[in-house]
Design a protein around this ligand. Structure first.
Ligand code: HMG
Ligand code: MG
Length: 298
């Protein structure tokens, strides 16, 4: 049976964008429910500046409370050496560095040009290598940038290739503002896959225009087999104006079930996690599938 790998980013990409703070114990309860649903890669936090993203300020406490040597992988975002120090203190096995294909977004998001960010990542990755920490790389704005508009696929390919050369084992391609459609996504994927093998790429689709599932289906057809998604369709980047949530994990699981593709995820347990986080945030989930299946009886 064909399989896809899902990278659950709700506890990070999702909760980083919520005005209402979610307490550490509630985050941990959510992460446990996601793991119980069968998700085995769960991005659990970000060692970024608490002045920039206060929602992630408790990431050290979250990571310290998780079973980091168990079967579930809990990667965490790291922008610089200071973040890497915290990653080592927490004992994480995997981090993610996050760059962009747009100069303006790079400045707004991490206060660095693309070249400066890559130099920072070089230093982070040297430390990661010494400590056997795996590194994933993100490229944001792979279709368009909220400040610059369309981004050339060749620019995305250039940044992705640099991250691969530095030693990232996988490059996640972020349609940060969710404007891509299958044609723009496939053009970008074709350009990038000339430099990075398809089996080392992932799709990270925000759903601002409701195109994320179409983009996943099209990318799957082109050979992509790793997708980032977020429980309840939470998400967005505080430094990308107008960006809405990620594609909902439950919608991706439903699509894959329909295609006869294994995800390892139990949909009814996942939907229970969806309604749990929706309850924490005091609203209905954004995902079609969670609403269609309804709130589980307790
Ligand atoms: P900066 O202000 O240029 O940093 O921020 P600095 O090195 O000049 O230091 C300033 C202060 O921040 C100092 O403290 C440092 O110690 C502290 P002070 O002396 O003023 O008290 N500091 C830190 N504190 C905690 N952790 C750290 C850290 N580094 C410095 N790691 C920085 C630069 C990168 C830190 C900042 O811009 C930042 O934290 N940015 C993160 C923004 C972010 O998290 N955005 C969302 C994630 S990216 C995303 O969502 C896109 C993605 O989902 C893919 C997609 O959708 O496309 C991944
Ligand atoms: Mg994102």
């Amino acid at each position: 049976m064909e399989t896809v790998k899902l990278v659950e980013v709700g506890p990070r990409d999702g909760l980083q964008n919520e005005k209402q703070a979610v307490g550490t114990n509630d985050k941990l309860a959510l992460i446990r429910k996601l793991a119980e649903a069968g998700l085995n890669t769960i991005e659990a936090g970000a060692f970024v500046s608490p002045k920039w993203v206060p929602q992630m300020a408790d990431s050290l406490a979250v990571l310290k409370a998780l079973p980091l040597s168990g079967p579930v992988n809990y990667p965490v975002l790291v922008p610089n050496d200071k973040g890497m120090e915290q990653a080592l203190e927490a004992g994480v096995r995997e981090i993610a560095v996050f760059g962009a294909a747009s100069e303006s977004f790079s400045q707004k998001n991490i206060n660095a040009s693309i070249a400066e960010s890559l130099a920072r990542f070089d230093s982070v990755m040297a430390t990661a290598r010494r400590h056997n920490v795996r590194v994933r790389g993100y490229v944001s704005c792979v279709v368009a940038c909220p400040y610059e508009g369309r981004i050339a696929p060749a620019k995305v390919a250039e940044v992705a290739a640099r991250l691969l050369d530095m030693g990232c084992y996988e490059i996640s391609l972020g349609d940060t503002i969710g404007v891509g459609t299958p044609n723009t996504v496939l053009d970008m994927l074709e350009a990038v896959s000339k430099f990075v093998p398809m089996n080392q790429l992932a799709g990270h689709f925000h759903d601002t225009y409701g195109m994320a599932i179409s983009n996943i289906h099209a990318s799957f057809g082109a050979g992509l087999r790793t997708f980032d998604s977020s429980v309840a369709g939470l998400g967005g980047c505080p430094y990308a104006r107008g960006a809405s949530g990620n594609v909902a994990t439950e919608d991706v699981v439903y699509l894959m079930q329909g295609l006869g593709v294994a995800t390892g995820v139990d949909l009814s347990r996942l939907v229970a996690a969806t309604w749990f986080v929706a309850g924490l945030l005091g609203r209905e989930p954004d995902s079609r599938v969670a609403r269609a299946l309804g709130r589980p009886e307790v």
